[in-house]
Write a protein that binds this ligand. Structure first.
Ligand code: ADP
Ligand code: MG
Length: 840
């Protein structure tokens, strides 16, 4: 019967079937079964006492000639040998546990190999007409359904299929059943398909079996359909491989688990393994025999490859048989091979060949594992439940922390809109803080920022397009058009005179292509005129008219000097322009309309004027800092001298003391009642002096260290001031006098001309720098260029300083052995104690 029911309901439960049974060994199990016969070759076949090894002695085959290197004696050791064993014994010993394992989720395969007539079919299927002689499959089905009844806590579904492979063609042995007609298209050839769930045969019908009887019906139906070829050795024997498969799906009834197990049990009745010469087949049968051998040869190759653990590629796809069995031999599958042996003397060669195959199979690794599957529908339900639980948990948390009315649902359109408005107000400055409520709101806020940012970008480009004609530098057609229209632009889109540019080029497109009649060229002309007028209207030799509105620094129209130190002037400039501010600095457009013509004054000259006027404040601070630095250095030098002379005094006192000591020892030491040495008043005096000197020395030395730190700090300040002065001068200078000829000299920035805030490598010679300052600056620069070298330079500097100290101290200091070597330690950690230097 074919139906979609669930099997395995029973009133009582099984204990201890939950635990997974580990397999005894991690390789394929191989047994031999000897077919009972009255002509058993006792003199050739020797079964050992251990019940698992067999020796084969062959007689020299006269047909193969006098000289042949036939091996005559063989010894095979397997996992066990069934001799005169009943069907029941065979099943109970090797197959029964595979059935139980299958219910636990492990795949299992029982395979019979051997020559035709050796008893493969007898072992797998058995004599269908005799209940006692029934084979492994009927017994397995019987046990399966019994065990299912003993597992009422599981809903277990059993399906079966029966496949025959004959001459590399696959046949569905159950296709004769009416329910198969819906499942498979008889016209369509069956194919072996692989996916993440394993290997299966597409087009092969699967049939649900609710009980043992239904399952057996499928087996018998298939048996009668088996293709049987007439054969000289055994009329019942077949040339085909037959695979009866039982598919088991196990779900727990007690736990609503998304996880369930699937497993399959394969029972493989292989075709006869005899060689073609023996069969004496002719015509069609001969062809069949060749096929049999071929597919068994492929099986053997697969076994050899599987046995070699270094092999990565296993040739499963070479034949239908091996492809079908890809996930059923070794690997994660419990695999059992039964080698069927026909123990008569004419069959000795086949016996040896069968047993050789069997021993080879013993090398195939097998590490069975449970096949677990997750049911997405059940999983979704489970996760939904979990989400609900967490939401409740959150709600409770919010209540406890007085956070009310917070929802955790996805944001609605309205909420999104409100968050965006909030971001807008925040950006405008009318909202001080955006309160964080939950993750969704944070994400919404970021989205708001992104939207506004993208909108701004579009606006900027739009405005640029309104004001200028933008040429895409990557578009040769646009460049050509611009060139035709007379714009001084090179073929790679760079404006003539412009350093290597990036982004949009600014130029002039043909008149027809323009959206706005106020072209760049016209604009520039106007500006240059304005500029020229303003220049001629004042003393050109004194370009430092910093505060004059007509200063060239302010004629750089469109330039938005964000970091300008004089914002008020910039504002004035914008007012004067009387135009909507254009954010040109974003794309570097400002370069194009900043071409000035007059000759700038020499930089040194301009610098002097800059210091006197616009840079006077910072110059004053610099001068002041330098004075402080000098005085600190002086005090440092004085103190160092004092420390030195102190040291000399200490040494002298020591010498004197030494002299007293020697004198005393020469005269013979005198002791008082307590046993102390009596010393002279002079010596006592000297000792006291030494103590005082040492104390003085110690405190002076400490002070010296502090002073050193202060000197270093001042030096840094002076350097900062100097840099700032130079930078501001350079900004001012390039703003005021930048021209194409001088640009390269002053600017390092590529493509965007001089940008505010960019430090330029100009070091006016007018700033004196002493040796110390120079050394420190060079160190600094080196470090800036290569931060990884910090450790190296620090070490170098330390050594340098130590040398300086040592020279100053002239001798090593015995009483402060630790300190003099590492003066920088305390300097680094301790801030200077009394500094009034400020940047103003
Ligand atoms: P194969 O499938 O390997 O070609 P069969 O299973 O058809 O061989 O066996 C050939 C004959 O030998 C059958 O008639 C079968 O009943 C008989 N036979 C095989 N093995 C046994 C056995 N262990 N006990 C009794 N009869 C057997
Ligand atoms: Mg057979």
């Amino acid at each position: 019967m074919y139906s979609r029911g669930v099997t395995g309901l029973s009133a009582y439960s099984r204990e201890s079937n939950q635990e997974r049974r580990p397999r005894k060994s991690n390789r394929v199990q191989v047994w031999a079964r000897i077919r009972p016969t009255s002509q058993f070759a006792h003199n050739c076949l020797e079964l050992n006492q251990d019940g698992r090894s067999i020796n084969v002695h062959m007689k020299k085959d006269g047909r193969k000639g006098v000289v042949n290197n036939q091996i005559l004696d063989w010894s095979f050791r397997l996992d066990g040998i069934f001799h005169n064993a009943s069907q029941d014994h065979v099943f109970g010993n090797v197959a029964s546990e595979l059935v139980t394992s299958a219910l636990d989720g492990y795949n299992g395969t029982v395979m019979c190999y051997g020559q035709t007539g050796a008893g493969k079919t007898f072992t797998i299927t058995g004599a269908t007409e005799n209940y006692k002689q029934r084979g492994i499959v009927p017994r397995a089905l019987s046990q399966l359904f019994k065990e299912i009844e003993e597992r009422p806590e599981y809903a277990i579904t059993v399906r079966v299929s029966y496949l025959e492979i004959y001459n590399e063609n696959m046949f569905d042995l159950l296709s004769t059943l009416p329910e198969s007609w819906n499942q498979a298209n008889p016209e369509q050839q069956m194919v072996v398909v692989e996916n993440q769930d394993g290997v299966f045969v597409k087009g092969l019908s699967h049939h649900i079996a609710q009980n043992e009887e239904e399952a057996l019906n499928f087996l018998f139906e298939g048996e009668t359909n088996r293709a049987i070829a007439a054969h000289s050795l055994n009329k019942q024997s077949s040339r085909s491989h037959c695979i009866f498969t039982v598919y088991i799906e196990t779900r727990s009834r007690v736990q609503s688990n998304a996880r369930y197990t699937v497993s399959k049990l394969n029972f493989v009745d292989l075709a006869g393994s005899e060689r073609l010469g023996k069969t004496k087949s002719e015509g069609k049968t001969q062809q069949e025999a060749m096929y049999i051998n071929k597919s068994l040869t492929f099986l053997e190759q697969v076994i050899v490859a599987l046995a070699d653990r270094r092999r990565e590629h296993i040739p499963f796809r070479q034949s239908k048989l091996t492809h079908c069995l890809k996930d059923s031999i070794g690997g994660s599958c419990n695999t059992l091979l039964i080698a069927n042996v026909w123990g008569e003397s004419p069959q000795l060669e086949e016996t040896v060949s069968t047993l050789r195959f069997a021993t080879r199979m013993m090398c195939v690794a097998s590490e069975p594992s449970v096949n677990e599957v997750y049911d997405p529908a059940v999983l979704v339900k489970k996760l939904q439940k979990e989400i609900q639980y967490l939401k409740n948990e959150l709600a409770m948390h919010d209540t406890l922390t007085n956070r009310t009315q917070i929802t955790y649902e996805p944001l609605s359109e309205q909420q999104r809109y409100e968050i965006r408005q909030q971001v807008r107000r925040y950006l405008e400055g009318s909202l001080e803080d955006i309160d964080i409520i939950n993750i969704r709101q944070i994400q919404g806020t970021f989205e708001g920022f992104k939207d506004i940012y993208l909108q701004m970008e579009r606006d900027v480009e739009e405005r640029l397009r309104q004001k200028f004609t933008l040429i895409d530098r990557t578009d040769p057609a646009a460049i050509a058009a611009a060139q035709q229209a007379g714009v001084a632009i090179t073929d790679d889109g760079t404006l003539v005179g412009e350093p290597d540019g990036q982004g949009f080029g600014v130029g002039m497109a043909p008149k027809v292509a323009k959206a706005d009649p106020s072209s760049v060229v016209q604009l520039k002309k106007k500006e240059r005129e304005k500029d020229r007028k303003s220049r001629t209207g004042r003393d050109t030799k004194s370009p430092v008219g910093g505060k004059s509105i007509s200063s060239p620094s302010q004629s750089a129209k469109g330039e938005r000097d964000i970091k300008s130190p004089h914002p008020s002037e910039r504002e004035k400039r914008d007012d004067r322009d009387g135009e909507a501010p254009t954010p040109t600095s974003i794309s570097g457009v400002s370069r194009a309309d900043k071409i000035l013509t007059s000759t700038p004054p020499p930089r040194t000259e301009a610098f002097e004027e800059f210091k006197a006027d616009r840079g006077s404040e910072i110059n004053r601070v610099l001068v002041e800092n330098k004075q402080i630095l000098n005085s600190k250095k002086q005090s440092y030098a004085e103190l160092a001298r004092q420390v030195n002379s102190n040291k000399v005094e200490i040494d002298r006192t020591r010498d004197r003391l030494e002299k007293y000591r020697m004198e005393r020892e020469d005269n013979g030491p005198q002791y008082n009642e307590e046993g102390d040495v009596i010393i002279s008043e002079e010596e006592f005096f000297e000792i006291k002096r030494l103590k005082d000197f040492k104390m003085q020395y110690k405190s002076d030395f400490e002070e010296l260290k502090n002073l050193k730190a202060e000197v270093q700090y001042c030096q840094k300040l002076v350097e900062q001031c100097r840099q700032r002065l130079v930078q501001e001068f350079d900004n001012w200078y390039s703003e005021s006098f930048v021209g194409p000829s001088e640009e390269n000299q002053t600017s390092q920035a590529h493509g965007h001309g001089v940008r505010p805030g960019v430090q330029l490598p100009f070091n006016p010679s007018s700033i004196p720098e002493d040796e110390h300052e120079k050394f420190d600056r060079l160190q600094m620069e080196l470090l800036m260029n290569n931060p990884d070298s910090a450790a190296f330079y620090n070490a170098q500097m330390r050594t340098q300083r130590r040398k300086t100290y040592e020279t100053a101290m002239s001798q090593p200091q015995p009483s402060f052995r630790k300190s003099p070597g590492t003066p920088t330690m305390s300097i680094r950690n301790k801030p200077p104690n009394m500094l009034q230097v400020s940047m103003g």
